[in-house]
Design a protein around this ligand. Structure first.
Ligand code: CP
Ligand code: NVA
Length: 304
């Protein structure tokens, strides 16, 4: 799609509904081996947090497209020694064709994007994880055929994943329910944004009641209770989040055909039971694989 060429992806809301649907379609074609565009470009990965899936799937996506990857570990660049992000961005811009960033503050990502003329992709911030949610939508689409009209319930922390799910589901007409403990709701500004994007018949629900949220849903989704950067809160959070665990009892109130998703890494016995993640309704491994296909579609589209 010509319109995606040269564009940043800082938030899932940077894409229109048509663009998301186009990317999912292209990703599916790539997955089936029906599309194999070639590009000869260089992707930089500037990751200030740990990553298994995002780092490897972005790298493999770029290699499969015919491009190259440079891993810009902040510890081995001048970033860790305090070189301003503005300067780093203006220099990397002159070497690379596209930059994927994993960092804490969304404003740091925005600063880099503002100072780099090349496309900048959000590979996870504290606010959002848009590439993950593109893969999640592809997984739901593969399971149910049609996205519009499905209901996805996210249980746990109102974090980056919850935020991108709110926006992504609203864009493609998936009813989205986010159920969190009272003090861990998603940011009101993101909820408002999702409500503004949602089509008239698409519901955006925020609730503290996990059972009510799971009832009849086609997709149950969870994520860690303490995200990267919140490790010191992990112990205190366990009893608070316990009622939001995705377990056999909760799965029993969902749609009988329901699938279970988790962006991974998972903490079995905390946000999800071993029985559910390893059970017949889990689609987490296909979901992880889909990171590769959607990011390949995204890179091919923004690099033209
Ligand atoms: N889901 C995800 O982004 O995984 P990584 O942190 O391993 O990249
Ligand atoms: N919410 C998690 C997602 C990891 C992929 C985190 O930010 O650590």
């Amino acid at each position: 799609m010509e319109r995606l060429k040269g564009r940043d992806l800082l938030s899932l809301a940077d894409l229109s509904a048509e663009e998301v649907i186009y990317l999912l379609h292209l990703a599916n074609d790539m997955k089936l081996g029906n599309a194999s565009p070639r590009i000869s470009k260089v992707l930089g990965l500037l990751f200030q947090k740990a990553s298994t899936r995002t780092r490897v799937s972005f790298s493999v996506a770029m290699y499969q497209l015919g491009g190259q990857v440079i891993d810009l570990n902040p510890e081995s660049t001048q970033v860790s020694r305090g070189e301003p992000l503005e300067d780093t961005a203006r220099v990397l811009d002159r070497y690379l064709d596209v930059l994927a960033i994993r960092t804490f503050k969304q404003t740091d990502l925005e600063t880099i994007a503002d100072h780099a003329r090349i496309p900048v992709i959000n590979a996870l911030t504290d606010l959002e994880h848009p590439c993950q949610v593109l893969a999640d939508l592809l997984t739901a689409q593969s399971s149910f055929g049609e996205l519009a009209g499905l209901t996805l319930t996210y249980l746990g922390d109102g974090n980056n994943i919850a935020h991108s799910l709110l926006i992504g589901c609203a864009l493609v007409g998936v009813n989205v329910r986010v159920s969190t403990p009272p003090d861990y709701a998603p940011l009101p500004a993101i909820v408002k944004q999702a409500q503004a994007i949602a089509k008239e018949q698409t519901e955006v629900t925020i609730t503290t009641d996990p059972k009510a949220a799971a009832e009849g849903a086609q997709v149950l989704y969870t994520d860690v209770w303490a995200s990267m950067g919140q490790e010191s809160e992990a112990g205190d959070r366990i009893p608070i989040f316990q009622p939001y665990q995705v377990n056999e009892d909760l799965l029993a109130v969902a749609d009988a055909r329901a699938i279970v998703l988790h962006c991974l890494p998972a903490h079995r016995g905390e946000e999800i039971t071993d029985g559910v993640i390893e059970g017949a309704q889990s689609r987490v491994w296909e979901q992880a694989e889909n990171r590769l296909h959607v990011q390949k579609a995204l890179l091919a589209s923004i690099l033209g």
